[in-house]
Design a protein around this ligand. Structure first.
Ligand SMILES: Nc1ncnc2c1ncn2[C@@H]1O[C@H](COP(=O)(O)OP(=O)(O)O)[C@@H](O)[C@H]1O
Ligand SMILES: [Mg+2]
Length: 392
């Protein structure tokens, strides 16, 4: 395939922030053809200097089984780095099956539509959600002001301030012991700082209890997975709904009707999460028997079951291999895209952080040493010296 024919397959629609990729009647039969294609796409996306929605047309396109792994891998990378969301149209039934099976493994949404009109409508919905999230960003979402926290003589956090905007993905990075986990614990009310305040959705506080934070829409996952290992996936997910349960035990005994209706609502929400995370096949399995990566997914599911406004993730990719990390990245981006959930995560892998974050806060020895966009932070000499220069 010539360079020209590849570039002709890509059209940028500026006004709807969409890159349309036309695979019509194309046969992708080996890795080098796939690479030629994605090299061109990635080059043009990088040159644009921004993220795009993708509309991909598969009409008459054949991707051979040999080419699929490479195609899926390159597509996923492009999505992570440059994508705001993807819709697909015109796929044959075998291509649909392949997309679905890859999306299941890679945790992205398959978003396959029958017609271009339907796909355009779906894109419109995605854009609308983003716009709403942006509109709501006016007025402060989460503001941490001058927070100081110590344990006896150990100063875990000293005078740290930053602001998180609604609808964004923000990251806290920094070496071990920098105070990252402590900061999440302050935000969700587990630790009570001796100094400073946290303002969430207009409510300012010095101290709050974890159940109050949860009631305000803050959910989190932990650095060390905190699930009930002997309980099934389903029961663990149900614990994510606890806070939403209005009927207490006595009410359940006295007023059977309302309690039953409520139970049904919770079940429906849990089913949605199971479906979203594609963990149907393990719903009855005790969590302790699952491999590590799946346990991490279930823990995320439990946090999502609470329908959070702010999702705190403490090293969601620790201990994962490169592929699992990419999957988790994709998934975090999807939650952010599809539900507009604001996400604050701690992550050691700089590549991942830089790829998925809108905003980065850098802590070192309990102090904030930098903040900004990934590019700003990456090129900050103080950060390079304190963090990037050291091995992690
Ligand atoms: N519950 C606690 N009791 C005593 N010291 C703590 C506690 N939690 C955190 N620390 C201390 O606070 C500092 C920051 O820890 P942490 O927030 O876990 O850092 P990070 O998550 O960046 O690795 C460390 O010196 C740690 O030992
Ligand atoms: Mg930590």
């Amino acid at each position: 395939m010539s360079e020209k024919s590849i570039s002709e397959c890509v059209v940028f629609h500026d006004e709807i922030v969409t890159m349309e990729v036309d695979f019509t009647d194309l046969t992708l039969s080996d890795s080098s053809t796939v690479d030629a294609f994605y090299d061109e796409i990635d080059r043009r996306l990088a040159a644009s200097g921004r993220r795009w929605y993708f509309l991909v047309n598969y009409k008459g396109c054949v991707i051979t089984p040999e080419a699929w792994p490479r195609f899926a891998e390159r597509g996923k990378n492009t999505n992570i780095i440059h994508g705001l969301g993807t819709v697909r149209v015109g796929a044959s039934s075998s291509t649909r099956d392949a997309i679905r099976s890859h999306s299941e493994r890679a945790m992205f949404r398959s978003n396959i539509y029958d017609s271009r009109d339907q796909a355009m409508l779906a894109l419109g919905e995605l854009r609308k959600r983003h716009r709403e999230a942006e509109g709501a960003a006016e007025g402060s979402f989460l503001r941490v002001e001058n927070v100081g926290l110590h344990f006896g003589g150990v100063k875990a956090i000293s005078g740290v301030s930053f602001e998180i905007r609604r609808g964004e993905i923000s990251s806290i990075i920094g070496p071990n012991g920098a105070g990252k986990s402590s900061m999440l614990n302050v935000i969700n009310g587990v630790y009570h700082p001796q100094e400073g305040t946290v303002t969430f959705l207009g409510k300012q506080r010095r101290r709050m209890h974890p159940h109050e934070a949860a009631a305000q829409g803050i959910a989190r996952t932990f650095q060390n997975i905190a699930l009930f290992k002997g309980m099934s996936v389903l029961d663990n997910l149900m614990t994510g709904r606890n806070l939403k349960m209005k009927c207490n035990f006595l009410q359940q005994a006295l007023y059977w009707g309302p309690a039953q209706r409520e139970e049904l609502e919770h079940r429906a929400k849990i089913e949605e999460v199971i479906d979203y995370l594609e963990i149907e096949h393990i719903r009855k399995t005790p969590v302790g028997r699952l491999p590590y990566g799946l346990q991490k997914r279930v823990e995320l599911g439990r946090a999502l079951a609470a329908e959070p406004t702010l999702l705190l993730l403490d090293e969601p990719m620790a201990g994962m291999n490169v592929e699992e990390k990419q999957d988790m990245s994709r998934f975090i981006l999807d939650v952010n895209d599809q539900f507009g959930t604001t996400i604050l995560l701690i992550e050691h892998d700089m590549g991942v952080v830089m790829d998925i974050s809108d905003f980065v806060v850098v802590l070192d020895h309990g102090q904030k040493i930098a903040e900004g966009t990934p590019d700003e932070v990456r090129s900050d000499p103080v950060v390079i010296r304190a963090y990037l220069g050291t091995a992690h």
